[in-house]
Write a protein that binds this ligand. Sequence first.
Ligand SMILES: Nc1nc2c(c(=O)[nH]1)N[C@H]1C(S)=C(S)[C@@H](COP(=O)(O)O)O[C@H]1N2
Ligand SMILES: [Mo]
Length: 165
Amino acid sequence: MKSQHLYIALSFAILFSLNSAAQQKPSVKVHGEVKTPLTLFSEDFAKMKRVTTTLKDHDGKDQSYTGVPVQEILEKAGATMGKELRGPNLAKYLLVKCADGYQVVLALAELDGGFTDRVIILSDESSGKPLPADKGPFRLIVPGEKRPARSSFQVTELIVRVAKD
Ligand SMILES: Nc1nc2c(c(=O)[nH]1)N[C@H]1C(S)=C(S)[C@@H](COP(=O)(O)O)O[C@H]1N2
Ligand SMILES: [Mo]
């Protein structure tokens, strides 16, 4: 009887630790107005198209960041990009949510190569190294702005929404 109880307690302990390990694996959830909601992990980033871009940090110094164009991620999730980004779909925006509650928005058109040459990426690497824990593992990089304020770090969710008035 005693050993049975121990067995059950151990089984629960293992299940709980497996469960929390799975929950702690960093990821970005892509959902909202998309055909195929996704959860992206570090290994998925490595398999996608990668681009390097430059962001001026708070002190005005250029920093190099590498990652996946947000356009690629949204296309993979089946958001209305490319030919579909016209008419009522131009009222769609991306809400970027972070672990600390910070959030920023970008119009889908700001993320589409048919509208702009500026490439906004979701970065997992800076100067050849993974991002530090306080900025990573995934940071949105919005180059070419006067302040790096929309370059949100610790990104956890990308949500496509429709502006309603
Ligand atoms: N998650 C998150 N991202 C954030 C912020 C924040 O408070 N939380 N601050 C923003 C602001 S206001 C600035 S100026 C830059 C600072 O980035 P840096 O420390 O790499 O220069 O991060 C941006 N990204
Ligand atoms: Mo800032």
